[in-house]
Ligand binder design. Structure first.
Ligand code: NAD
Length: 290
């Protein structure tokens, strides 16, 4: 049984407590520390900046030795945020160079964050790669490359954070980036390695949630639909008719923006979702509703 939560909502009313607005504070990440992989750009950077706006210190890990311009600009933007409240330290984003496919390195990254910050509450295991090939021709090397980043790398990241949460007795939240491609096959795409990898991530979240639930650590997966990032742009640039096709495949008639994942990730990372674990949260503009 976890520590009893302070009374909120109707329970607070029935206990005759003074009326206090608690619903927004349940989303607060003040004082919390996050590890975000693939955090140098795209969905990872957007979500990390959102975590920092909500008060967290978010460590963004990515492959390049130095952060690129998008990261540096976002870092300055976050640093210039007005204070959250009097005497409350604002969140921030920091860059770490690393490779999620290196298990030992990932475990060490999480150890180092804890050595510096004293805690690790949130993990967004988000780094992923996309490539396609005919399913009957997919080379072992290319198939393994996708699985190594999208599956093994996600496991090593979640392990790294989970080990620290367990050690420190932190009831943390681990979010694994899957995709709608983990539950459906993308029409007209030859993405067998990618779709296979994302199915594995959804199942990884369920398995880890069941193992770590008794320790109070929650694990969920996030399944976005098509989101306009450098990953999708690279694909769309080389397939000119595809933008219109993808937009027509969901009832909202457009691609999503990375910032449209901030809310759901903040909800999953924060105390607003304390009873949610082992779930796959789909944010796809209704793509799968058809
Ligand atoms: P992106 O390419 O813009 O960002 C991914 C980041 O991961 C890059 O900065 C890349 O350098 C990093 N990365 C790749 N391999 C790495 C490694 N071995 N170690 C550390 N970092 C590594 O892509 P994005 O669109 O922001 O996608 C982020 C995640 O969301 C991915 O897992 C992707 O599969 C998933 N996703 C994206 C979409 C979409 O439409 N964009 C939809 C569903 C799921």
């Amino acid at each position: 049984m976890s520590t009893p939560s302070p009374l909120v909502g109707v329970a607070a009313a029935l206990a005759s407590q003074p009326p206090t607005r608690t619903v927004f504070s349940q989303f607060s990440l003040t004082g919390k520390v996050a590890l975000v992989t693939g955090g140098g750009r795209g969905i990872g950077l957007e979500v990390a900046a959102g975590f920092a706006e909500a008060g967290a210190t978010a460590y963004c890990l990515d492959l390049s030795k130095q952060p690129d311009d998008d990261f540096v600009t976002a870092q300055k933007f976050v640093a210039q945020m007005p204070p959250l409240a009097n005497n409350v330290k604002n969140g921030r984003i920091e860059y770490i160079s690393g490779d999620v496919t290196d298990q030992k390195q990932m475990w060490k990254v999480a150890e180092d964050i804890v050595a510096k910050e004293g805690r690790l509450d949130i993990c967004f295991a988000n780094a992923g790669i996309l490539a396609g090939a005919d399913c009957l021709e997919y080379s072992a090397e290319d198939f393994t490359k996708i699985l190594n980043v999208n599956v093994n790398g996600v496991l090593y990241t979640a392990q790294a954070a989970g080990r620290q949460m367990e050690k420190l007795g932190i009831q943390g939240s681990i979010i694994l980036t899957a995709s709608m491609s983990g539950s459906i096959s993308n029409q007209n795409q030859k993405w067998v390695a990618y779709t296979t990898s994302k199915s594995a991530v959804i199942q990884m979240a369920r398995s880890m949630a069941c193992e770590l639930g008794p320790k109070g650590i929650r694990v969920n997966s996030l399944s976005p639909g098509y989101i306009y990032t450098k990953m999708t742009k690279a694909f769309l640039d080389s397939h000119t008719d595809l933008m219109e096709e993808w937009c027509s495949q969901n009832p909202l008639g457009r691609l999503g923006r990375p910032d449209e994942l901030r809310g759901v990730c903040l909800w999953l990372a924060s105390d607003a979702s304390t009873f949610c674990t082992g779930s796959d949260i789909i944010v796809d503009g209704g793509h799968r509703a058809w």
